[in-house]
Design a protein around this ligand. Structure first.
Ligand code: ASN
Length: 313
């Protein structure tokens, strides 16, 4: 049966989805800006890891994404945190970066989230030595550089989308998570994100064992998240790293995790091979969503994979 003309045109329009073309052009500019910035800063790019016997345990539960290869269980990468730490220890570099595809099979409870995808890309960065403050300053310069490049070179696209880019100033505002919890309760990240006009930091979160603990307990951890304003929410998470065997093993046990799954990584720590580093991961899709002011993260990807939904083309 032949489709009538109206139906054919509708189908063609939905397949064409030309609303996404200006978004992809902005994404191109963002990616070019990131590479230019990283190379100018003297960081070394690594290729992404897709499969590994070890991946990030994360601080929230997700469904397992594993395959069996010749009797060996391999995870799809949730983040390259351990590979970053090992690479930094092995290489004579100032720092590394990776455009790293992450698979996180989020639970159905995130079905209504407009910020999560089952598959996304993070710009993963790790600097040798260095402090949380130095890393945050590096990221502030990166964000200002990206936003400025988009503002300068994507006029036509920004006009088509009816948006303007606001360039933030350094240093970004900073909040301490424990103060915010007292003031706003558990939903503090969203509350503050709605109040701010520019990207801002929240520091000191209770989470994965690899984020460096504060030995003097002024705060608890030398870690941070970068947030977008206007309710757009989390942009980056990271921290200084713990790398000494005794500390790592204690923290793994405190979290009720099995040290056996981190065996090879812990062996390197035991041999004293791991070194101090600081880093974080910036979500590319979330960055594009913020720059293009889209309501849902699926609106900026051509083949979105949304938690709790069947995956289609
Ligand atoms: N990439 C993050 C970091 O470097 C880790 C993560 O994505 N969970 O800390």
């Amino acid at each position: 049966m032949k489709l009538n003309l109206v139906h054919q045109t509708k189908l063609k329009k939905s397949i064409l989805n030309d609303g996404i073309t200006p978004i992809l052009r902005i994404q191109n500019e963002v990616l070019k800006a990131i590479y230019d910035f990283m190379y100018k800063e003297g960081l070394t790019q690594l290729m992404p890891i897709i499969l590994s016997p070890l991946t990030d345990p994360l601080s929230h539960p997700v469904c397992e994404a594993q395959i069996n290869y010749l009797g060996q269980k391999l995870h799809l990468t949730r983040s390259m945190i351990f590979h970053k730490q090992i690479a930094i220890a092995r290489l004579e570099v100032k720092g590394i970066f990776i455009m790293s595809p992450n698979v996180r099979l989020e639970m159905g409870n995130l079905e209504r989230s407009n910020k999560h995808l089952l598959e996304f890309t993070q710009l993963d960065i790790e600097l040798k030595g260095g402090s949380a403050l130095e890393f945050r300053s590096f990221i502030e310069r990166l964000i200002i550089y990206i936003f400025s490049r988009v503002k300068e070179f994507c006029n036509e696209e920004l006009e088509k989308l009816g948006i303007e880019i606001r360039i933030p100033q350094k240093p970004f505002n900073e909040y301490w998570s424990w103060d915010l919890t007292k003031e706003y309760g558990d939903n503090y990240c969203t509350e503050v994100s709605f109040q701010e006009k520019d990207p801002f930091w929240i520091t000191d979160f209770e989470r994965e064992f690899y984020d460096r603990e504060d030995p003097i307990r002024n705060g608890k951890y030398f870690n941070y998240d970068l947030f977008y304003p206007e309710g757009f929410g989390e942009a980056l998470s990271g921290g200084e790293r713990d790398y000494k065997y005794d500390i790592l093993i204690r923290k793994i046990k405190e979290r009720g995790q099995d040290p056996k799954q981190f065996e090879k990584y812990l062996e390197l720590a035991k041999q004293g091979i791991l070194v101090p580093s600081v880093g974080g991961g910036l979500g590319i899709e979330r960055l594009i969503r913020f720059l293009t002011k889209k309501d849902h993260i699926k609106d900026i990807t051509l083949f979105p994979k949304v938690p709790g939904n069947k995956i289609r083309f």
